[in-house]
Design a protein around this ligand. Structure first.
Ligand code: PMP
Ligand code: GLN
Length: 375
């Protein structure tokens, strides 16, 4: 009998495979298609000839841990102990999986806010725990009344994702105050804060759990170098947790992976000396604005996008098809791949909305928009 009967092949696999099959422009799975910073690729080329090919310490390459501490201090004014509060992981995906399996017990409940990224549910189910899905408001802001109602004495964790995939929504200070107030009543509840798009924000600043004193000592914050340095395929990220939680997380990490790819860690560590993460927001803001402008003459309704490299659009005035069928037809008939939003909901809610990734060079965005204007 399957341990995960309800889990299907990820929508990212399905849509990317179909995009390749039909030679469509792939705006579905989120990854950049442009060259990475030569300072990073040159470092890798040099390191390949150096002695960096063996296991690194379990928690991460020590200079990288130190530089992550500096980055978090600069970005959010939070002081971290590199050895006890930071863990380098094989991308945010492993950080999420390891955190949930280490901390959630059987029959406990984990609150997910729908639409939610697809990596959260499976590890919860593997723990024999229960995902409790709470719908966000129609504008994708958190509905605090509904969230409070979903809490119970069995709640162990709430998973937040800010800036939000797929909708690009960013939490406000009021949202954090609401969470902090609610959690005062639930002392054992842990926050898993997925902040992989922390540096991809536009008009509004990202508020990190790192800067919330009331949350820091009960939260695991997850980051990904894949998003911040355009290197999704390297699969390197990290998590930050207070020492008591980290001890448990490391018990799982050491037997899941032991240590993360050495050459990538050393390269990222050197790159952190020269890169300016604060420029990432304006880089992607230009792409967002350009893509939105290109879609102006299409029949899609372009929804707000405050952060991430995803643009959600509504096709309600174009077709009545469900969003999966619409996305499949978009690939086959128009040569553009997107992600249906229903795949981010526990109940597959079909809002006639789909997500495009605009982390692409301008030529690709132009050709994709030309095709989309013909829909
Ligand atoms: N969380 C969110 C919200 C994501 O969008 C992604 C990937 N796009 C991940 C986690 C996983 O990140 P990684 O590729 O570093 O495993
Ligand atoms: N997080 C990426 C996205 O949202 C996909 C990562 C994956 O393929 N698992 O598109």
């Amino acid at each position: 009998m399957s341990k995960l009967p309800q889990i299907k092949t990820s929508i990212f696999t399905v849509m990317s495979k179909m995009a390749t099959e039909y030679k469509a422009i792939n705006l579905s799975q989120g990854f950049p298609n442009f060259a990475i910073d030569p300072r990073l690729s040159d470092t890798v080329a040099r390191l390949a000839k150096e002695n960096v090919h063996q296991y690194l310490p379990m928690s991460g390459y020590p200079p990288l841990l130190n530089k992550i501490a500096v980055l978090v201090l600069k970005s959010y004014h939070r002081n971290l102990h590199p050895e006890t509060e930071i863990l380098v992981t094989a991308g945010a995906t492993q950080a999420i999986f390891t955190t949930i399996t280490a901390l959630v017990h059987s029959n406990e409940e984990v609150i997910l806010l729908d639409p939610s990224y697809d990596s959260y549910e499976a590890p919860v189910l593997l723990c024999n725990a229960k995902p409790v899905r709470v719908a966000l408001n129609d504008d994708y802001t958190p509905n605090w009344e509904r969230i409070e109602k979903a809490f119970s004495s069995n709640t162990k964790m709430i998973i937040t994702n800010n800036p939000h995939n797929p909708t690009g929504k960013i939490w406000t200070d009021d949202d954090f105050v609401a969470l902090e107030t609610l959690l005062q009543k639930y002392p054992k509840v842990i926050v898993l804060s997925d902040e992989v798009y922390e540096y991809i924000t536009f008009e509004q600043n990202h508020i990190s759990v790192h800067s919330r004193e009331k949350l820091q000592n009960r939260s695991v914050v997850i980051a990904s170098f894949g998003k911040s340095f355009h290197i999704t395929g390297w699969k390197v990220g990290y998590l930050v947790a207070p020492e008591n939680l980290m001890l448990e997380i490391k018990k799982v990490h050491q037997f899941m992976i032991f240590s993360v790819n050495s050459i990538s860690q050393v390269a990222i560590s050197e790159y952190l000396d020269v890169v300016e993460v604060s420029k990432l927001g304006s880089f992607y803001q230009e792409k967002r604005d350009y893509f939105r402008k290109l879609l102006q003459n299409s029949r899609f309704e372009v929804l707000p996008c405050e952060g991430t490299y995803f643009q959600v659009v509504s096709y309600a005035s174009i077709s009545n098809e469900n969003d999966i069928d619409f996305c499949k037809r978009l690939i086959v008939e128009h040569g553009v791949a997107a992600i249906p939003l229903s795949s981010f909901y526990g109940d597959a809610k079909d809002e006639k909305r789909i997500r495009f990734c605009f982390a692409k060079d301008n030529k690709t965005l132009e050709e994709a928009a030309k095709r989309l204007c013909g829909v």
